[in-house]
Design a protein around this ligand. Structure first.
Ligand code: AMP
Ligand code: ZN
Length: 140
């Protein structure tokens, strides 16, 4: 898409610190990293979010993920790594070209805060079973 900054980085029309490229995917350094080695992996084809991706496109993209994760692991020796992917503004998506974040983790003070409430009162097992049935029906 002509106005998309990530399409432009993939096409070499905007500067990007590219660390990996293959036929389908490009990975480059996040310009505002949360931790040392924060990288984004994108499909070369413009897809706004996970909902727009075909299974083949998703397969091609994720095929590169272990290679990138291992390169970050070997280079920076982090204590852990989060893979994060936001869909929609409500989920924190700011750039509307699908991207998978690789966030090497060093310790609990490294600035990344993946916390959420565990709502066991609101979601007892019967409710979870009903929700699962609803999803299965949609997938059938
Ligand atoms: P998200 O909130 O999941 O949409 O994340 C968007 C990410 O893109 C943020 O972490 C930004 O720092 C990053 N970002 C935005 N513009 C650029 C750019 N030109 N080059 C590299 N990373 C970028
Ligand atoms: Zn794009």
């Amino acid at each position: 898409m002509s106005s998309c900054i990530f399409c432009k980085i993939a096409a070499g029309e905007l500067p990007g610190e590219i660390i990996y490229e293959d036929e389908h995917s490009v990975a480059f350094m996040d310009i505002m990293p949360v931790t040392k080695g924060h990288v984004l992996l994108i499909p070369k084809t413009h897809r706004e979010n996970i909902y727009e991706m075909t299974a083949d496109e998703a397969s091609h993209l994720f095929a590169a993920a272990p290679k990138i994760a291992n390169a970050l692991k070997e280079t920076f020796e982090p204590a852990g790594m989060n893979l994060v992917q936001n869909n929609g503004a409500a989920a924190g998506q700011a750039v509307f070209h699908f991207h998978l974040h690789f966030v090497p983790r060093y310790d609990e003070t490294d600035g990344y805060r993946p916390t959420w409430d565990q709502k066991t009162d609101e979601f007892p097992s019967e409710r979870i079973q009903q929700l699962a049935a609803d999803i299965r029906q949609q997938l059938a």
